[in-house]
Write a protein that binds this ligand. Sequence first.
Ligand code: AMP
Ligand code: GLY
Length: 449
Amino acid sequence: MLRGERVHQKIWEHRRQRSPGRSPGAPGLNCLVLGGGGREYAIAWRLANCASVTTIDITPGNAGMSLFTRLVDFRPDDVGRLEEHIVASHIDLAVVGTDELIAAGIGDVLRRSGIAVVGASREASRVEWSKRYAKELMDEAGVPTARWEAFADAAAAREALDRWGGPVVVKADGLALGKGVVVARSADDAREALGSPPISGGPVLLEELLEGDEASLQALVDGETVVALPPARDHKRVGDGDTGPNTGGMGAFSPTAVLPDHEAQPVADALIAPIARTLRKRGVDYRGVLYAGLIRTDRGWRVLEYNARFGDPEAEVTLPRIEGDFARLLVALGEGKLAAYVAENPVRFSDRAFVDVVLCAENYPGTPKTGMRIDGLDRLPEGVFSFHGATRRDPTGGTVVSGGRAIHIVGTGANLSEARDRAYLGAERVSFEGKFYRSDIARQEVAVA
Ligand code: AMP
Ligand code: GLY
């Protein structure tokens, strides 16, 4: 018997015996979260707040998560070790956080073990890693989006620029971690974008430039069942006033007047459910989180993009707003029983507001400086949490910066204004050399509220 088959047989034997807890007499869910950023911190933190959860393991995790979860000592893409760990630690629920792991097919690998898995399959996640595929799907599903044209390479797109003229959005077709999109106000800007990496290096899309307010809508998707989560807004540009290059996200907040909570499900029904149905028609069952990046134009909502996972930093401000037993909800999704579960336990959003201000390392979104010691994490004001994004322990036990989006300072309050004030109070208390953050997260929304 092959090693892989042996492992699977063992997993199935264990599952038949179905030990409810890791140690005898400790009933509850054993969870495994894959990833090591602020989003995975938020997932783990929300799971930790569920009565149904007994243990949480994480790979690779970070310094902050090690305080309330167990960091396991193998990489999240080490398939052999993952499968062994699922057996040895009686894992019931696995949540795949990052786009790279989902695109690499880790969702498929985990599902082979027969446990509940929240993470789209590699095939389903194509909606994220091929923009062309997503556009074709939207056209087939009748989902409104920007007019588009795909090209085999940048040279072909350059030839089409005369035809496109004026302002245009230039996009790399593949996974570019939020860095493959350039909004070009003129044909010259577009030409420059087409000549620079990562756009110059592969297939390219040109898109009509849409104007309007953006919002992020995440939904749990199980086949054709689509359950909306609280809407949010994020801030993608590095500088105040939406200036400078795109980043993975400099901050976020929820709720938002642009897409109020009560419109979340109807908008998900209109803009996410058709994608789930069309995928199923193509023989692809979606089981995970489907995120729609939306823009509200004067002709209505348009979809800018889909992601096959929770948003980051959207997860940090939306997961804390989901009431009820989040772990059981995810288990239902992972087991393909979401419709029945939400019929009995409808998902409700809390009225509390959350604002995330990301503390970044010098030079982000370029190669960030790392290794600086972080102080003040133990002096956060009431109603403020630090969701670690990129931190590790140094040999003296201190916490140091290990990547660009080091710490998410998440403030909560009865309304956005209070949550925002608290988040900024927290952002000032935490210090490290070269720390910077945007000063206008949620400002516009608070000003109009
Ligand atoms: P994407 O990764 O496709 O969501 O693009 C990243 C960001 O670029 C979006 O959040 C928008 O701010 C902007 N963007 C993308 N496509 C368009 C478009 N067609 N019109 C206007 N802005 C866009
Ligand atoms: N906040 C955008 C993303 O997660 O892709």
